[in-house]
Ligand binder design. Structure first.
Ligand SMILES: [Zn+2]
Length: 408
């Protein structure tokens, strides 16, 4: 453990008595409001046609009122690896969460060796709310609340990898901070799934393809409904200055139901011919979630929609097993992936709107990277970028002089 992280742990422990966000605060002046919406594996090749066809009206609105473009990601991108990079603006080798497994153990927050943004914001009296953000299990104390996401372990999801325990079934650590909030969520939101559904195995699919696909997609719809209810409840009942909420069913669907054509690797008409709209439909579903979130926030809230990577049909001769980290059995017929050695093959995406952010601005090439998200958010709160951060503030998205951005 590096000394810097030891200091972070010591300081954050002082915050253990933070009030739950939404309760009385003695902050003298209001702080900027920022909502980050994470979509695991948002693929621009798939969402752009949907936007053109008018099937993602909420995202189209954000594009019109803000800035958008590709987000350069890291090599061999996957969720824990990239999210921890976004949290800390440091390289995977520096923050320590290099993949789903680190030294044979499922990635967890105890492995994080660099200070994450939620801790920096908490120290600056910014209230923080986080829900279903990947690689945040076990949850850590913040000046607000934290509900873990992907990699949460529990019943039927013992290793925590690409599966979903219900809130009441979590084992091996806390999924909710502060602990008292868990009963409140169970009462008011219900016993929701913390992550998306595990993908079926080849054996489960064989001979029952259409039936398994349809029941799996139904479960995904239920999870998205539960998640929408959770996000809506939190935004209405526990508003925080900084809020970060993430969806992960899009990526999970893409891995085995990407709308590939017969010439693609792994094409099986019995599976890939059944619901070619399953993957695009995930983004149409996401757009509705986005609509709910936008209804819960005001015009002065900064909105960032960030994807850690895209996802593409198999197309490279690489050592990486396309089934790696996919499920227990590693037999799901995976036809698309994102952990290509060259991260530029599967860029993430970035959308931003809010006070002082330029309208209708298209970022070309790789103007923005996953390293730049944290410095840009800190900038909005007038917090200087710490030395270890590798990214930079995306000044080009702000109106000249960024004088509308809050200063210390
Ligand atoms: Zn994935």
């Amino acid at each position: 453990m590096v000394p810097r992280f030891a200091a972070f742990v010591a300081i954050i422990c002082l915050f253990l008595t933070f009030p739950v966000a939404g309760q009385t605060q003695s902050t003298p002046k209001p702080k900027p409001h920022v909502v980050v919406i994470g979509v695991n594996g948002m693929e621009l090749d798939v969402i752009r046609p949907l936007i053109l066809k008018g099937q993602m009206p909420n995202l189209a609105k954000v594009i019109k009122k803000g800035a958008y473009g590709k987000l350069r990601t890291v090599s061999s991108p996957n969720c824990p690896r990239v999210y921890s990079t976004i949290f800390t603006s440091t390289k995977p080798e520096e923050h320590g969460v290099t993949g789903f497994l680190v030294g044979g153990i499922t990635a967890n927050t105890n492995m994080l060796k660099e200070e994450p943004i939620w801790s920096m914001l908490s120290k600056h009296d910014v209230t923080v709310g986080m829900a279903n953000v990947p690689a945040t299990f076990p949850v850590m104390p913040v000046n607000g609340y934290m509900i873990s996401g992907m990699l949460t372990r529990g019943k039927n999801c013992e290793d925590g990898i690409l599966c979903a325990p219900k809130l009441s079934e979590v084992e091996g650590g806390a999924a909710v901070y502060p602990e008292s909030m868990k009963a409140e969520l169970l009462k008011n939101v219900g016993d929701f799934y913390i992550d998306c559904e595990r993908m079926p195995s080849a054996e489960q699919l064989r001979g029952h393809e259409a039936e398994v696909i349809d029941s799996w997609l139904k479960r995904v719809d239920v999870i998205r409904e539960q998640q929408t209810k959770l996000f809506d409840y939190l935004l209405k009942n526990h508003p925080t200055d900084f809020t970060w909420m993430v969806q992960s069913c899009e990526d999970r669907t893409g891995h085995w139901l990407y709308p590939i054509a017969p010439y693609n690797v792994g094409y099986n008409p019995k599976i890939n011919g059944v619901r070619p709209d399953a993957f695009p439909n995930q983004y149409i579903g996401f757009d509705k979630v986005l609509g709910t979130i936008l209804n819960d926030i005001d015009e002065n809230t900064y909105v960032f929609i960030v994807s850690d990577h895209g996802i593409k049909p198999l197309r490279e001769f690489e050592e990486t097993d396309p089934h790696a980290h996919m499920d227990h059995e590693k037999t799901t017929p995976v036809i698309a992936k994102h952990d290509f050695a060259d991260g530029d093959d599967v860029p993430g995406s970035f959308f931003a709107m809010g006070p002082g952010i330029k309208h209708d601005l298209r970022l070309m090439g790789f103007e923005a990277s996953v390293y730049d998200v944290a410095p840009t958010i800190l900038h909005i709160y007038g917090i200087d970028q710490p030395e270890q951060m590798r990214g930079h503030v995306l000044t080009q998205i702000f109106e000249s002089g960024d004088n509308k951005v809050a200063k210390k």
